[in-house]
Every structure is written in C-alpha cells, then in structure tokens.
Write a new protein. Structure first.
Length: 917
C-alpha cells in the first residue's frame, strides 16, 4: 500500500506534532473537539523530508491532493477553480516546533481571472475581490516564484500616490484592479512566464515552496540560533485550509489573541483585531489594530463567542494558547492555536495562577517553565529614582530596560552588535522575518508601528529581549538613517533607552537597577524547593555577593574563593610584601597584616548567610599570579631607565613616573615609600627577580593549592585562623554561623591530614582567646583525578567533598578551557566530535563517571558524606540532572543563576524517572 502522507483534520492525530507539525496537529485536535475550524487537511512532514531528499514530491502525492480537494469541494459546496462558487485555500507551513514567521504561507490560492469574477459576483464586493487577487499575486509571486517584494511595492506605492491616498484602505476597487494587472506584468517580466492560472499548478508550486522553505536561510538560521535539533523538529507540514475572509466588509474581522497577557501572564482577554482585514495585516504591523476589549462594544455577540473560544482552548490544552481567528460575515472561525510564547515573568505568573485556579497541578506549573528562561527576570529595570522625562511613548511589548546605540537595519545591528561588541537598539518602522539576525545582535528592539502582536513583539518576547512597539511619535527614516522625535533628530549611533515594560523611550542612557523577585516567582521557587532534593548554594566571594545570593534564595555558600580578597587594591602591597619575604618571620609579619582584613570579610559573609553554611576555600592560585607579568616589569624598568637619562631632576621624574604608569606604581605601593627613581628601580628589579624565580612551566599544574599551603604553612594557618576567629566573633555576638574549611587541589589523604593538623593547632588557640566553642566542617575540593580514585580513604579525613569540575574537566580531557574555546572546540562541536562544551555542560560520560565513583566510594567510608559541585557546570540545568542522579547533596553556582538552579533542581527530581546519563 502506498505511504499515507495526507490527513484530514477530522482524522489526524492531534498529539503527533512530529508528523503533522504543531499547526496541523492542533487543527486536527480543534476540529475533533468541536471547535469551528475551516475544513482542510495536512500533508505530513515525511512528505517534506522526501521532497527535500529527492528534489521532487513523492509519487502519488499530487493525486492524493486532488482526491482531498474533491472531498473539500464536497464539504464546502464550492469548486476549486470554479466560477460559480469558487473554493480558495490557504497553504500554510507548520513544523513541530513553532518558528514564528520563519517559513512561508500563501493565502487566497485558487484565484485566477475566472474565479476572481466568480468571487466578485458571489460577494457583490468588487473591492474585496481585487484586493484578494493582488495580495495573492504578490504573495505567490514572492514565495512560489521568487519575485522580490520591491518589484510589487514600487507599483503599489505609485498607484497610491496617483490616487492621493496614504493608507491601503483608501484605494478604490479600480485602483486595486489596476494593481492586480500591474502585478501580473511584474511576474511575467521577472519570471519570463505568465502568472499560472491553473489552480492545481498553483497548488503544486505552493506546496513545493512551503516544503522548500524548511531549508530556507531564515529557517536554518533560526534553528541554529535556538538549537532546534532534528529530534525536536524535522521538516514542515503543509496545511491546505479553506479560506475564510475577514475582509469582506464591516461584519468581518480578523484577530489574534492570547488566552492570558503574554507580557505579564495576567488572566485577562488579550489580543487585537482589525475590522475588514486579512490576518497578515495584523501580524505584519501594517495597520495598528484595536485592543480586543473594544470588540465588547463593537461586536458584543462575537466578543462573547471569543471568550467562550478562549476558555475552551485553555480548558482543553491546560496551557496558555496563542490563537488566530477570523470572523466572516458574523461567523467566528479559529484558524490556529499553539502554546503561547511568553516571557519568563508571564510564564511564572500564569503557572502560579493556573495552579491556583486548579487548571494544572504544581508539578506541571514547574515543568512548563524552562529554568534557563528565568535569566530574563534578572534583567535590569530602570532605576525608579531616575528623573529623565520620556521622549516618546509606545507599547511595552517585552519587558526589561536596555540602553544602546540605535541602528536602522538588521545587517548594521549584526556588524556593530556582534562584530564590534557594541550595545545596539534596532529601530525600525516595523520588523519582518528577514530582520531576525538583527534581533539576535541587539539588546533591544524599538518600532514606530505595529501592536503587541506584531512580528517585532512576538519575536522579542520569545527571545526575552526588551521591546517597545508602536511608538508613533517617532518618525523612522531608514534611508536617511535617522529617527525624528518632535524637533530632535537622532542619527545612527545615538544612544536611547527603552523600557519594554512601560513602553517608554528615553534619549541617552538612563540608569538601571537589579530586578526584584515578583511575588509569583517567590511562590513558584518555594514550590520548587519543596519538591527538589538537590540543594542550591552560591559561589560568592564578598559580603555583597553573599547578600545577593541570599536574596535569590541560596541555601548557603558552596564556594568562597579567598584569592580575590588578596587582589583588593589596598591589600596587594601587603601581599607583595608576603611574596618578597625572605624568611618565615618576614612572611608571618606580612600575613599578620592580612589577618584582620580576611577575618572581617569572613565575618560579614558568615553573618549574611547565618545560619546557612559557608564553605571557605583556602588559597588556590600560584602566588606569582599576584605579581605583574614579567613582560610588564621588564617594560617598566626599561621605561624608568630611559626617563632617568632624559629627565631634569629627581622630583620631576617621579611626577612623570606617577603620570606615566600610575597603575603599576600604585599597585606596587612604591611611590609611598620613596620618591627616588633609583629606589623604585631597585624594587622593580627585586620583583622581577622574584617573578623569575617563581616562574613555572605549567602553572595550572604547578605550585598551587594545597601544595602551596603545605610548603608555606603560615599562609594557610593565617587563613584558618581568620575563618575560626570570624566564626568565634559571630558566636560571641550570638549569631549562629556554620563555617566550612575547604582545601583545593588535593591528591592524597596525607595532604589533607597535614592541613587538618594545622587546623587542630590553631583551633584551641582561637577557642581559648574567644572563650567559645567553634563548630565547623573540614573538607576537600575534588578536582584532581587521583582524589576521585582515592575517595574512599580521602573521606576518612574529609567531612565533605566539593567537585571542582572546572579543573576536573580540564584534567580528564587534558585540555584547558581557554585554549579549547579559542582554538578547536567550536570545530569539535560543529563537526560533531564533541556534542557539548564540557566546560559548560558536564561531561556525564567521562567526568561524571569519576564523580559517581568518588561519591559511591566516599560514602562507603562516611555514609552521610555531603557532596557538592562548585564548577561552572553546577548551575547548568542539564548537568544538574546528572548531579541529582549521582546523589549529590548540592550544587553551587554564581548568584544570578541561583533561581535557575532552584527550578532546575525541582525539574531534576520530577523527571528523575526518565533520566539517562
Ligand atoms: C573548579 O576547579 O571547578 C573550581 C571551582 O575551582 P576554580 O575554578 O577556582 O579553579
Ligand atoms: Mg579548581
């Protein structure tokens, strides 16, 4: 039996989106649950893949299409190509993942000179008929015959000028008739053939064009950017749907809606409609439509039907829907529905509200939100205290505030945004699907036309980029590369700020502030915490960062790197003193100056986090990292020598010095000690000698971490004392703190035992000094392969493990992140040699195996062993599923990723049943 490629809406399986595409599957489902959908059928994605593979339609498909058209003629009582009651169809694309505007759709197919006459006679509406014809010729010409839009647009604008009208609606039937004839000529000129009059020829060309658009540049780019893989969407289906008309008169209309407000998630009727118009007018932003609530007064009965449709859609799909409808002579048809693309704030609010309304359960409320999307809710907002007056007001289409330099086309946005790394706001009258690359490169989008469901709004919302649309006070002139607001003329490169929440546009840069959690996000993450078993900690090195992590709901600090504290400006001279020290006594003297500074940092962090745990890691990097590079030192010395020869007096030289290289001078604290160039030079020479002595062939694998701590025990002792004294002071002040001391780069149990001995030496001194008992935990980083292999004995000393998967990944692959990412990793990924970047997504098959081995064996020794991960992969949702599976206790990630990780931890629990590492 021949393969089945075609399914009527009355028979297709509404769940099979891979086969029928999202649109086709939903049209089947809506038909089958009794919603009013124009009759039609869908040609499957399999036919598309065959077409692309063989460059021709599969055998028998066109015969089957004819048979289905005959069925459609019977269903509708119309004839395809007939003059009496002509059947017109739309030919629509639709893959299993929604890719708004990326593939092609043709409307009014079946029109030719004969059917046009029939249509006009039937409707008694000449203007409508000619309008439909000219739209069809242009759309078909562009999509199926490859004729560029501008050939049509020139004629269209010329007729508009001739008729003296500004808007399309001002054109008369005769104008439109002329336009149709001009368009037919355009097609003849551009293709060398007359416009096809045979409706079946039209249909076949249209089907091929829609199938072909799957491999079109736009669609390919979009899939690459959004990482849509063939197992998510493979080929587009083609829907052949009976045309219904929203442009037959004033009892007709067309509209799009969301079952909830996609900007905020609020449970309200949301959408826009246009009376006497076709769907593309709304989406293309050519006319600014009316808010749906106006329909309540204008067409109350239809409004009631629309509310009913909306409720049925949500009640059936248990998900916010983005739907399109047409009202033809008072009858409401639903043309399409799909899950609504909303920004993260709206997803969160609608999740919480749908769960509270009983429409979905809490699990679904959590699972319908992509954890990564919460990053959008961390977008800056305009500082509420700013006093800048807005220059223009549009509609807020996608929230968040951003400032950037304006550009007027997508290519320039890419050149400046991606190429020159500038912050760009893309400014257009309206956007089209071919502008998509400009969206990726911009930090915000601003249009002067179109509504909240225009292309710009939909795409920006999907990407979570701030967007303002319909700012009609702005006159955008792309050709002159300027935008005029009142008497202000803005040129390319001028800075504006847009607020995608309020729709306001400001000249210049307006200050922004960190966002606050919405109450719904708090609720949702509270539900996530109740379900998740994996805890979420933060990597934070300063009291400020700890406070931020705490605000985001971190359950503790999993990694406090202490080296960054050494890098503070006023501390570097002391660190330098420590490095230059020739004797242990001199080194201890320098360390004694650092002690109170570290103690007060630790105290603040412990206090902010109390009573949650704070894991403080002893010094990790090699100490030469705190010195300027050898090259800088050599250059400085040469420069100084040169100055000494040419300048006039020592006083003058030191002034020049301070100006010549203030940073190096200040950084090394030299000028405070001496104004004599010879002293400065001598010091520099000394530092250079030290830098040379400390030089390592391979510093990442060199004298660092615990190896440094054991060769210079006074450094670790100072840090251990700082932690314990900070805790003791908090305890004295009745603050319930939980410090943990963590040792980096451990390979052997012996190393850990020796550091533990240092702790045991310092502890009684601290306890005696403060007269309190200090409770703490002692553990190790697991970032060396040997430590993972010897975890069973390491757990005899370590009370917790924390996987440092940055180093562990480097060690397992034997390549470093920087070299890999700059040199060969992009090639490895695109050539499919490695699927992911292992420094972003945990390599579960290699590094993960080491982790699992270490967890299992570590817990043989210490059954309750606490195990975490603090490498970059710790905040990556997919990697977290592995961490959950491998029975880790917690993940630790940077503060802004904490909300993402809290949701991902709940996902990991909810989806544990179907996880494969
Ligand atoms: C690690 O190696 O994963 C880690 C957290 O340590 P660092 O990144 O500081 O080397
Ligand atoms: Mg490390």
């Amino acid at each position: 039996m021949a393969k089945k490629y075609i399914y009527k809406y009355t028979e297709g399986d509404g769940k099979n989106k891979m086969l029928l595409g999202g649109k086709g599957a939903n049209l089947c489902e809506m038909t089958q649950i009794g919603l009013r959908v124009p009759p039609g059928f869908v040609i499957s994605t399999e036919a598309c893949l065959d077409y692309i593979a063989n460059n021709r339609l599969p055998d028998g498909v066109m015969d089957d299409v004819r048979a289905h058209m005959a069925w459609l003629e019977k269903e509708t009582g119309k004839q395809f190509g007939g003059a009496g009651n002509p059947l017109l169809v739309s030919v629509r694309s639709g893959s299993s993942m929604s890719m708004p505007g990326m593939m092609d759709t043709i409307l009014n197919l079946g029109l030719n000179e004969t059917t046009l006459a029939g249509l006009i006679k039937l409707t008694g509406n000449e203007r409508f008929g000619y309008d439909a014809y000219r739209r069809f010729i242009q759309l078909f010409g562009k999509i199926a015959l490859g004729v560029d839009d501008h050939h049509f647009d020139e004629h269209f604008e010329a007729v508009k000028r001739r008729a003296g009208v500004k808007v399309d609606l001002g054109l008369s039937a005769n104008d439109l008739k002329d336009i149709g004839q001009l368009f037919l000529k355009v097609v003849q000129e551009q293709t060398g053939r007359p416009f096809p009059q045979d409706p079946y020829e039209q249909l076949e060309l249209a089907i091929k064009a829609v199938f072909g658009s799957w491999m079109g540049q736009r669609a390919v780019d979009y899939r690459r950017e959004f990482k849509i893989t063939p197992d998510q969407a493979n080929g587009t289906a083609v829907n052949i749907v009976t045309m219904v008309f929203g442009n037959m008169g004033n009892d007709c209309s067309t509209g799009v809606g969301f079952t909830r407000d996609p900007g905020t998630g609020e449970n309200v009727m949301y959408g826009e409609y246009l009376v006497n118009a076709q769907g593309e007018d709304v989406v293309a932003g050519i006319r600014t439509p009316k808010p749906v609530l106006e329909m309540k007064n204008e067409m109350p009965d239809l409004f009631r039907q629309l509310v009913e449709l909306r409720n049925k859609l949500e009640g059936h799909y248990h998900e916010v829907q983005d739907y399109e409808y047409t009202i033809e002579k008072g009858v409401l048809y639903c043309l399409q529905t799909r899950n609504g693309k909303m920004n993260a704030a709206a997803m969160v609010r609608s999740s919480v509200e749908m769960a509270n309304e009983g429409l979905i359960n809490r699990e679904k409320a959590l699972l319908r939100i992509d954890p990564e999307s919460l990053e959008q809710m961390m977008f800056p907002q305009l500082d509420p205290k700013h006093k800048v007056a807005p220059a223009a007001q549009g509609m807020g289409a996608s929230p968040g505030a951003s400032s950037g330099k304006i550009v007027f086309d997508a290519d320039t946005a890419v050149k400046r945004g991606r190429g020159a790394n500038e912050k760009i706001i893309l400014v257009r009258e309206e956007t089209k699907p071919e502008d998509i690359h400009g969206f990726f490169a911009a930090v915000g989008i601003l249009t002067s036309r179109g509504g909240k469901t225009s292309h710009a709004a939909v795409v920006a919302r999907g990407m979570g980029k701030p967007c303002v649309v319909g700012a009609e006070d702005i006159n955008v002139n792309v050709h002159q590369r300027q935008a005029v607001i009142g008497d202000v003329v803005l040129h390319e490169g001028d800075i504006v700020t847009i607020d995608g929440g309020s729709g306001r546009v400001y000249l210049g840069e307006v200050p922004t502030v960190e966002p606050e959690f919405t109450p719904e996000l708090r609720t949702l993450l509270g539900w996530a915490d109740e379900i998740a078993t994996l805890k979420v900690m933060a990597n934070a090195d300063t009291p400020d960062a700890a406070q931020r992590a705490s605000n985001y709901g971190a359950m503790g600090i999993g990694l406090c790197r202490t080296e960054r504290m050494f890098n503070a400006k006023e501390r570097l001279p002391i660190v330098l003193e420590m490095i230059l020290a020739e004797t242990t006594e001199d080194r201890e003297a320098a360390l004694a100056k650092l002690l109170p500074m570290q103690r007060s940092d630790f105290k603040e962090i412990l206090r902010v986090m109390a009573p949650r745990p704070v894991t403080i890691r002893l010094l990790d990097p090699p100490i030469h990292e705190f010195l300027p590079s050898e090259q800088t030192l050599v250059d400085d010395i040469e420069h100084l020598r040169h100055l000494r020869q040419t300048a006039q007096g020592l006083e003058a030289i030191s002034q020049i010095l301070a100006q010549a290289n203030p940073k190096a001078v200040e950084q090394l604290g030299i000028l405070n000690d001496s104004h004599l160039v010879s002293d400065v030079l001598a010091k520099k020479e000394e530092i250079l000698q030290k830098a040379r002595a400390l030089h390592e062939i391979n510093p990442m694998l060199g004298h660092r971490g615990v190896r440094l701590g054991l060769t210079y025990p006074e450094i670790y002792k100072m840090q251990i004392r700082a932690v314990l004294e900070a805790a003791a002071e908090c305890i004295q002040e009745k603050v319930n703190v939980h410090p943990e001391i963590m040792v980096p780069q451990v390979c052997t149990k012996e190393e850990l035992m020796r550091v533990r001995a240092l702790v045991d030496e310092v502890l009684p001194e601290v306890e005696a000094k403060y007269a309190v008992k200090v409770h703490f935990e002692f553990g190790t980083m697991m970032e060396v392969v040997r430590a993972c292999l010897r975890s069973e004995e390491i757990a005899e000393v370590a009370e917790f493990f924390s996987f440092g998967t940055n180093d562990l990944t480097q060690a397992t692959f034997s390549f470093s992140r920087e070299d890999a990412e700059n040199k060969f990793l992009p090639f490895y990924n695109s050539a499919g040699i490695l699927k992911d970047n292992p420094f972003e997504a945990l390599d579960t098959k290699g590094v993960g195996q080491l982790m699992s081995f270490a967890v299992t064996n570590g817990r043989k020794t210490r059954s309750g062993l606490k195990v975490g991960i603090c490498g970059e992969q710790g905040g990556h949702p997919r990697s977290m599923r592995f961490c959950h599976y491998a029975n880790l206790t917690y993940v630790s990630c940077s503060s802004p990723r904490v909300p993402i990780a809290r949701l991902a931890a709940a996902h990991a629990k909810l989806l544990e049943g179907n996880y494969q590492p």
